[in-house]
Design a protein around this ligand. Structure first.
Ligand SMILES: Cc1cc2nc3c(=O)[nH]c(=O)nc-3n(C[C@H](O)[C@H](O)[C@H](O)COP(=O)(O)O)c2cc1C
Length: 215
């Protein structure tokens, strides 16, 4: 690459849409992907490539390495290798889009496990001068969620912990531009569903255009 050639943007798509072609979430995500221009696209399918959970061995290895700065044995290193791979992948992307349905008022467990896998101290956030500091400045994050009920306004609003949690996670990692789409009412009848799907599709297309098209 010559000096005056700029590096192409990279967009990472992280998705958990196990209903595949029937998925409401996937319809919105596909509309976003269809509008991307001038960006490489990399995908992580959390249904196929399920993140590890922190359990005894890998949690101890994480603390010893990332908090205490100790060398790990090869067995300890191996216990963190999938988390490290997912973290390196996230760090390589300028834009990350995470798409999933709401499950029991929050994000599905594989999506939470992905956030736990990539929110590693010293990698995507750190403590500097006794303050938590995100390390992902300058990058953009979009979360796409679909849900059966409506949480935008009304009595269900305080029950929403899917999009709101994803936004907090990206904020903690220091992302500079954090957007979110919650397509509610997917179980509220055909009219409401198609109206909200169309609205969300319009919104994600506009975000893809804003983020990836040359001015
Ligand atoms: C296991 C499970 C849990 C769900 N939990 C909720 C929930 O807590 N709140 C809600 O509004 N909808 C809930 N739903 C409905 C889905 O979020 C909704 O139908 C969504 O649009 C499905 O996305 P998909 O079409 O991409 O699979 C749940 C669905 C399933 C299968």
């Amino acid at each position: 690459m010559s000096l005056n050639e700029t590096k192409p943007l990279k967009t990472l798509i992280v998705q958990y849409t196990p209903r595949n072609e029937r998925s409401n979430t996937k319809k919105i995500l596909d509309a976003f992907i269809g509008e991307i221009k001038n960006s490489d696209i990399e995908r992580l399918d959390l249904v196929q490539d399920v993140p590890d959970l922190f359990l005894e061995q890998n949690l101890a290895a994480y603390i010893h390495r990332n908090y205490l700065g100790e060398e790990l044995s090869s067995e300890q290193k191996n216990s963190l290798s999938k988390m490290d791979r997912m973290t390196t992948q996230l760090k390589s992307a300028d834009i990350v889009t995470v798409a999933f349905p709401m499950n029991n008022f929050s994000m599905p467990a594989p999506v939470k496990a992905w956030f736990d896998s990539v929110m590693l101290k010293g990698q995507t956030w750190d403590v500097k001068n006794e303050r938590y500091t995100g390390l992902m400045n300058g990058k953009k994050a979009l979360t796409i969620v679909s849900s059966g009920a409506i949480y935008e306004n009304g009595p269900m609003t305080p029950w929403e912990h899917a999009l709101s949690l994803a936004k907090v996670e990206f904020q903690f990692m220091g992302y500079s531009d954090i957007r979110g789409i919650l397509a509610g009412g997917m179980n509220a009848g055909e009219d409401v569903k198609s109206l909200n799907l169309e609205k969300s599709i319009k919104e994600v297309k506009a975000i893809a255009q804003e983020w990836t098209r040359e001015k």
